[in-house]
Design a protein around this ligand. Structure first.
Ligand code: HMG
Ligand code: MG
Length: 297
């Protein structure tokens, strides 16, 4: 009989992954209200923004202002993406207690997304991680394209495991496995996870599944069977990477919580409040798109 975990950690990525791909500028006040509503729903881990180049991701150009206005709570861990030392310095200035470095298992995607090779990206992370640890900041790592690449197609799972192991050895306390374009299916997801589990402990691995072909929940269920206990998700299924054309949103947090509740797996999250939050942000984005599109005519 399969033993499922009793508790799962949810990492809510909607303020960053969910909004980074939105074409119309979203007000800072809307972003802050989204974060406050997520906190009120019982979410403890929220990736709020990225200290990335505003030329590359204009939607996150307000990262400093956003971090300055976050309401702090003892139980809540706010994190931000950081691609290089410049980003790390900004995270430090803004009192962020957890950062996430990000690379991929695909050379082409890494070039398109962060303008360097995988090896160069890892070299860039060394001083970032050192600086973070000197300042007692936790570092998470992302490996993108773990189940397929928008430029290279199939990705070798051994390459995924190798990059994962490197990030872990470099000091990432958690490594998130990103199915960036949502091309994975459950048996392939299990094979990928098993290969990574041969190199690093399962309890440091997070599942970050986009839902392009409706497979994310099935992939998560398959990986829970292998002992995974950390899931990245995005309220209302928002999300997508500007450098992975056609990739749709992340798995929706509401769907994940509904499934976990049905399996008696605890998350500490209030599903009703989360659903309200999902409906609220969807309405805000709808209004925002219509008003800004309207203004241009
Ligand atoms: P670059 O152009 O090679 O960088 O970009 P550079 O070092 O040559 O600097 C160029 C300019 O950017 C300079 O400004 C720098 O100061 C500035 P200028 O002199 O021209 O005015 N700059 C910065 N500004 C603010 N913050 C910084 C920063 N660094 C340089 N940190 C770089 C390289 C990595 C910066 C760029 O490629 C970048 O920002 N990429 C980020 C792309 C991104 O955020 N993608 C989406 C997130 S990843 C994702 O979605 C996948 C994930 O969800 C998992 C999954 O689903 O698989 C995580
Ligand atoms: Mg993502």
């Amino acid at each position: 009989m399969i033993e499922f975990p009793k508790h799962v950690k949810i990492v809510e990525v909607s303020p960053r992954d969910g909004l980074q791909n939105e074409k119309q500028t979203i007000d800072l006040s809307t972003k802050l209200e989204l974060i406050n509503r997520l906190v009120d729903s019982g979410i403890n881990n929220i990736e709020v923004t990225g200290f990335v180049s505003p030329k590359w991701v204009p939607q996150l150009a307000d990262s400093t202002l956003l971090c300055q206005q976050l309401t702090q709570h003892k139980r809540v861990n706010y994190s931000a993406l950081v691609p290089n030392e410049k980003g790390m310095q900004l995270a430090l200035k803004n009192n962020i207690k957890e950062v996430a470095v990000f690379t991929a298992a695909s050379e082409s995607f890494t070039q398109k997304n962060i303008n360097c090779s995988i090896e160069e990206s890892l070299a860039r992370f060394k001083p970032v991680i050192a600086l973070a640890h000197q300042n007692s900041i936790k570092v998470r790592g992302y490996v993108s394209c773990v189940l397929g690449c928008p430029y290279e197609g199939e990705i070798d799972v051994n390459q995924v495991a190798t990059v994962t192991e490197k990030l872990f050895e470099m000091g990432c306390y958690e490594v998130s496995l990103g199915d960036t374009i949502g091309s994975g299916t459950p048996i392939k997801a299990q094979a990928m996870l098993k290969t990574c589990m041969n190199k690093v402990p399962i309890d440091i691995l997070a599942l970050h599944f986009h839902n392009t072909y409706g497979q994310a929940l099935a992939n998560i269920y398959a990986c829970l069977q292998l002992g995974a206990t950390i899931i990245d998700a995005s309220v209302a299924g928002l999300g997508g990477c500007p450098y992975a054309k056609g990739a749709s949103g992340n798995v929706s947090t509401e769907d994940v919580i509904y499934m976990l509740n049905g399996m008696s797996i605890e998350t500490g999250i209030n599903l009703d409040k989360l659903i309200d939050t999902g409906q609220w942000i969807s309405q805000q984005l709808y209004k925002n798109n219509n008003s800004q599109v309207g203004n241009t005519h």
